[in-house]
Design a protein around this ligand. Sequence first.
Ligand code: 13P
Ligand code: SF4
Length: 370
Amino acid sequence: MLFQPPLPPKYAAMSQADLAESILRRKREFGSRLVILGHHYQQDEVIQFADFTGDSLKLSQIGGQQDGAEFIVFCGVHFMAESADILTDDSVTVVLPDLSAGCSMADMADIDDLEEAWEYLVDEGGQSVVPITYVNSAASIKAFCGEHGGACCTSSNAAQVLKWAYQQGDKVIFLPDQHLGRNTAFAMGIPLDKMVVYDPHERHGGLTTDQVRDAKVFLWKGHCSVHALFTPQQCHEIRAIDPKYNIIVHPECSWEVLQQADIAGSTEFIIKTVREAPVGSKWAIGTEVHLVNRLIADYPDKSIRLLAGIQCLCTTMYRVDLKHLCWCLDELADGREANPIRVAPATKKLAVIALERMLENVSPVPVAVK
Ligand code: 13P
Ligand code: SF4
């Protein structure tokens, strides 16, 4: 995780109204030179200033179209800002308002561990292996996938990318989220006994040569600490409270949770499903709490609640707040590049291959302006 130095004390002394006023003023001053992107898990106080909001896929698409801007301020987490840097040309500076806004799942896949895994799986597998990484990963992992005939995916297009991968080779290593990998492969008809978990902390991933030869999918042992909080028991409890609840969950939840849910999909899919649902319908949602609370506020004519009885908060997304947004805009206005996210050129060159394959394997999504 990167370290965010403390902000100058004046930001702690500013009220929310002063911060908001200052951000608006900066936005007006910068005009079209500045684009603020906001992931759906951001706090409302931040999302109100986003020029575009979206899930990881939509923000990658929109981010890649911002070559005319001077600055992209990415209200999200580190890997999202890296993707925006990879997908834009060098004239665009991508800024992350708080450097410590990382992603614990992305941190679970390390490039040295992947290189070691690759050597073992390719040597023992006896067939061609295609590396697929969830976009929630470091640029070095994306570059590895680009270099070795693989691709990135997001939760919106994981099925399309996996289908593409099996047209390129016989086996897939999917990282870092074992749950998205398992849920997607299972929905495509690959049986659970053809999927094995590769644990980077074990010798040879904890897999025997027979397991490696027999598997169709190697699932990296990583997970999202937020979506891991949802359980099948919560689904049973909701059904006991009221069987009319539709249970919709993000595919970063475990396979066991997805078996109990009615429907699963990415953040953007969850929003669309709830938006288009009939008035009076009931929804229990298994994803990050800020998005669920926004849906509750936006659709008072529907009964919406979090699937879990506990708060499911992405603590790293939460680090991006008005103070950090205001500070980074002030720094940019004063000619200082606050928290620029720059991927090394050699990494960028390979990572862009994986990201472009991701963007090619997606049915056209209309890009909506907020
Ligand atoms: P999506 O934005 O693809 O829905 O993923 C959710 C998430 O956890 C982002 O980190
Ligand atoms: Fe990472 Fe999970 Fe937070 Fe998304 S919700 S940024 S996957 S920790």
